[in-house]
Design a protein around this ligand. Sequence first.
Ligand SMILES: Cc1cc2nc3c(=O)[nH]c(=O)nc-3n(C[C@H](O)[C@H](O)[C@H](O)COP(=O)(O)OP(=O)(O)OC[C@H]3O[C@@H](n4cnc5c(N)ncnc54)[C@H](O)[C@@H]3O)c2cc1C
Length: 406
Amino acid sequence: MTPGTNVRGKVTTEAAVVGGGPAGLVSAIALAAAGIETVLIAPPRAEDHRTTALLTGSVAALTTLGIWQGCVPYAAPLKAIRLIDDSGRLLRAPEVVFSAAEIGLDAFGYNIENRHLIAALEHRAAALKVPRISEAALAVDGEAASGVIVRLAEAEVRARLVIGADGARSLCRSAAGIGSRRRSYPQTALTLNLAHARPHGDTTSEFHTERGPFTLVPLPGRRSSLVCVLDPPRATELAAMTDLELSDEIERRAHALLGKMTVEQGRGIFPLAVETATAFARDRIALVGEAAHVVPPISAQGLNLGLRDAAIIAELAADAHRRDGDVGAPDVLARYHAQRLADVSSRAIAIDLLNRSLLTDFLPTQLARGLSLFLVDHIGPLRRALMREGVAPAASQPRLMRGEMV
Ligand SMILES: Cc1cc2nc3c(=O)[nH]c(=O)nc-3n(C[C@H](O)[C@H](O)[C@H](O)COP(=O)(O)OP(=O)(O)OC[C@H]3O[C@@H](n4cnc5c(N)ncnc54)[C@H](O)[C@@H]3O)c2cc1C
């Protein structure tokens, strides 16, 4: 197999990654960087105008893998997060501002447009000469004893370990016989990027409305990305507005916090759901990213979880590889499942609770939410513990997130 080329015919390899989204690309780069022969199966991606807030652990992992250096010119630091109760309800939570400096960090993380992140990842994968097949997998046949076969139109890949990074409707997940638990919310996220008259001061502003959060996240310069969660008909209505109408509407919803706004090209609509696979690995197939878990775009957890998946499976596979062992052996996959369970479940539950507490009209729940934020605002150690756990969960710090190579 010639590195870096588009693969044809029958190929045998140690690892294959199915899916060229950010979780798949990071998995392929981490495995290749650990010296594990890896084939990337990744059809061309559709345009993506979203941005991703990457927390410090993710930035450390990307830096260690030689990716972040290509992201720096396009990334804006997130030095503070402001939570504003804009529900208009009788019981409103106090405004809370979290500052990264309080826990000794320059920034909680950085926000970057997905197109720049993907370009940096593609560039690194090419520099590492990761062999690639630029088409979708048509079938994945489990043969647990010796390897899994991934069938494509013009190639067939047999691998000891298959990383299923093929998104929320994962073929790999079905092939492994893994189910998922899904809950849809009566909410849709409208996403776009915009320019504004006033500086954002490296501060994310999250307005909690009774339909969901309205979040402005800094981009370099006087630009921000917006994730505006609404009920589906209202989201459709806003998405159909002219640029001028929408700019005014967003400025109004932001209470003119950042002055005059001008929306840019490219609007996205994403129905909100939470979905978790019933297992994260089985029969030589390990699931990463949205193939394993989808969480609503609240508190910037989705891809940060996905990158921890990628870092952990690469670390476990690298340990097996160094022992001349089987990178897809049952004990590697069992450890992967065990190491991801608490992190993924606790984040999914926390985001679900936060989101539902915004939607409810039930007074005691509103009171509890207000009281929690009041306590967080007034009790320093609780505040700092929450911030630390938010950016870097104590229970799940793979080597890459600590700045060490897999
Ligand atoms: C509005 C919004 C805002 C968000 N903001 C943040 C944020 O600020 N921070 C954060 O951490 N997360 C955020 N997220 C979550 C983040 O976007 C996702 O977690 C991330 O995109 C998932 O990446 P992935 O690689 O797992 O999946 P995807 O990006 O869905 O990639 C899957 C890939 O698999 C490919 N594929 C599918 N089927 C096959 C097949 N059969 N063969 C080969 N390839 C296949 C697809 O073509 C695709 O390229 C946000 C999500 C939304 C909706």
